[in-house]
Design a protein around this ligand. Sequence first.
Ligand SMILES: Cc1cc2nc3c(=O)[nH]c(=O)nc-3n(C[C@H](O)[C@H](O)[C@H](O)COP(=O)(O)O)c2cc1C
Length: 258
Amino acid sequence: MQRSALYTILFATAVCIVCAIVVSSAAVSLKPAQEINAALEKQRNVLLAAGLLEAGEKIDAVEVQRRFENIRMVVVNLETGEEATDIDPATFDQVRAAKDPETSSVAPKNRALVQRLPDHVLVYEVLGDNGVEGIVLPIQGYGLWSTLYGFIALDNDLETIRGITFYQHGETPGLGGEVDNPKWKARWVGRKAFGEDGQPKITVIKGPAGPPAEDPYEVDGLSGATLTARGVTNLVHFWLGDEVLGPYLENLSRRRAT
Ligand SMILES: Cc1cc2nc3c(=O)[nH]c(=O)nc-3n(C[C@H](O)[C@H](O)[C@H](O)COP(=O)(O)O)c2cc1C
């Protein structure tokens, strides 16, 4: 039986409309769950950087919240380096703030290729028996193909690296994507973020670095991914430097000294 051309067009249109409705309703209904999962993944990365979660250890949302009981979230004003007590850390979204011209400004020229900086950022203080034992700081910047988002954690001396993680990036799996490799991330632990002049010094080199005690400022390169590795050095230097978290770190060390 032969169908008319009109019938074929109407049938194809109806199928398209039904499919579009199914796909868009799925996208809308799954969005809240995706957002919750993304927030949870971010929290897991904070714990990983802080050394409160082992690489490969699987923990559910309840356990994440339990481990977060030892973490104080602090919204920091980047310009003053002071805590912004008028902003609720629980609802503050740093990435969104960086996109909104009302809550961000054009970043100074930087090698991490960050275009805009939020006025405020979220940092995490790791609390122990003797007060703050470490801090987890946001880092972000360009690798080869994508913007990498992650955290770097420092010990109480505000110098020794506790850990580094990336919770979002689009680098090539097996090459730049090795920034996710727990073995590579472990190479950062115990090294020094800052040189004697107080400026960020830790650098991902090409090839292997020595043990932290002998080679505190260098981290093993990523084989076949020198450009991503260079991006990681650049973004760590930018965020730990005077133009971003410097005033906060200075405040913190001044407070420690008094
Ligand atoms: C398909 C493809 C994907 C690549 N992805 C990355 C990457 O994610 N990060 C990176 O630094 N280099 C990547 N490279 C390699 C770079 O082009 C460049 O060769 C490399 O960074 C140089 O590093 P090496 O000096 O350690 O070999 C990729 C190359 C190809 C062909």
